[in-house]
Ligand binder design. Structure first.
Ligand SMILES: O=C(O)CCC(=O)C(=O)O
Ligand SMILES: [Fe+2]
Length: 287
């Protein structure tokens, strides 16, 4: 048994009015297929280009290991140069990923190749983040801690994106003090006996390819699977809903530091407690 998926709607270029009325106001995800055809990056950004322009940059990398209490929230597992990393990606399947890296700050020339979407919402222009992965790499299910409206643009490669509506968060076995699910859940092959509340979840799905932009509304969960090696650029705007904005500020300013502190002082017992609590709280809804 697996999930019953809903295909994410696909549209060609959107006007501001259409975007606000049909997607932003309803907080509904959508793939915009040709929003970036007029960016220089559309034809230019690929692995060859990045090797030339950013090959010597030291990049933070993550693999798929479970959370380790000796590490801080989002602390990388290893580091190497961009050229070395791209050589690994080109060799074959690998779990190694770049997650949330501000490459354009390191290589400001790249900023001239992109445009900020003109969609009538306030974009956080200091935070254009890049994400890379090898074929078969999976990005753990999460939502972004600052509750942004996200515009995720695919460059090299193809990626499967699975999204879950925040209205279903209560069934997602969310770990307390975090924006992650219980880490034993395999979203490709969910164990509905061990995690029965997941039966109530209806994820959205799409495959993203070169030049396509996925709009992810505030607090939407996402699980990504790299079908081929590739990379993307995520542009974010501030949360528009006051409750989300407040939760985002609390996560950025307090919760992640509290979680780091508890990892340091309680060690593995803190991570075990979070998993147990996620099971208890979520399964309690089913009684
Ligand atoms: O595609 C990825 O590697 C992860 C993307 C993501 O989590 C994001 O854009 O917030
Ligand atoms: Fe994310």
């Amino acid at each position: 048994m697996t999930f019953e998926y809903i295909e994410i709607e696909r549209v060609t270029k959107l006007t501001k009015k259409e975007f606000i009325k049909n997607y932003y106001a309803l907080q509904k995800p959508v793939v915009i297929t040709n929003q970036i055809e007029d960016w220089a990056a559309f034809a230019k950004w690929d692995f060859e280009f990045l090797k030339k322009i950013a090959g010597d940059k030291i990049v933070p990398l993550y693999d798929n290991r479970k959370t380790d209490y000796t590490k801080k929230v989002n602390e990388p597992d290893l580091k190497m140069t961009m050229s070395e990393y791209i050589a690994i990606l080109e060799k074959g399947p690998t779990n190694l990923r770049i997650f949330s890296y501000n490459l354009l700050e390191e290589v400001p020339m790249m900023k001239a190749d992109m445009k900020w979407p003109d969609l009538d919402i306030y974009m956080l222009k200091k935070l254009p983040l890049v994400f890379f992965g090898g074929q078969d790499a999976k990005v753990f299910m999460h939502y972004d801690l600052d509750f942004p409206n996200l515009f995720h643009v695919q460059f090299e490669g193809k990626k499967q994106c699975v999204l879950v509506d925040p209205q279903e968060t209560k069934y997602m076995y969310r770990l307390p003090h975090s924006w992650l699910c219980h880490e034993d859940i395999d979203f490709d092959n969910p164990d509905f006996e061990r995690f029965p509340a997941l039966k109530k979840v209806k994820p959205y799905i799409t495959n993203l390819q070169h030049g396509e932009m996925l709009y992810m509304p505030e607090g939407w969960w996402h699980y990504m699977k790299y079908l081929t090696a590739g990379f993307s650029l995520s542009l974010r705007s501030l949360a528009g809903r006051p409750m989300n904005l407040m939760k985002g500020i609390a996560n950025v300013a307090f919760i992640r530091y509290y979680d780091n502190w508890m990892r340091k002082y309680k060690g593995q017992a803190w991570l075990d407690y979070k998993e147990k609590e996620a099971m208890r709280r979520t399964n309690a809804l089913l009684i």
